[in-house]
Design a protein around this ligand. Sequence first.
Ligand SMILES: [Zn+2]
Length: 90
Amino acid sequence: MKKYIKKTIETEVLESIVCDCCKKEFSPKQDWIKTQEFLHINFTGGWESVFGDGNSVECDICPDCLNDLLGKYMRFNNEVDDTDDTDEDE
Ligand SMILES: [Zn+2]
């Protein structure tokens, strides 16, 4: 037989994210989609990295700034392809 006790566990809950580019603050309660689409960069520079050997690199970029900075390089693959000729009725 298992016996249980009730235990309160303290945990961290995201309150807001500040964009490192535009400095705007986004709250998941008010801007759920935007906080979900933030780009979070977090890595350690490797040997001869352009960011410096062993440097910890962090950056949080909101979707608006991400689109402004890199949108022209992004590929969007969710559009319906009208050129698809695989229709089985033909
Ligand atoms: Zn931003």
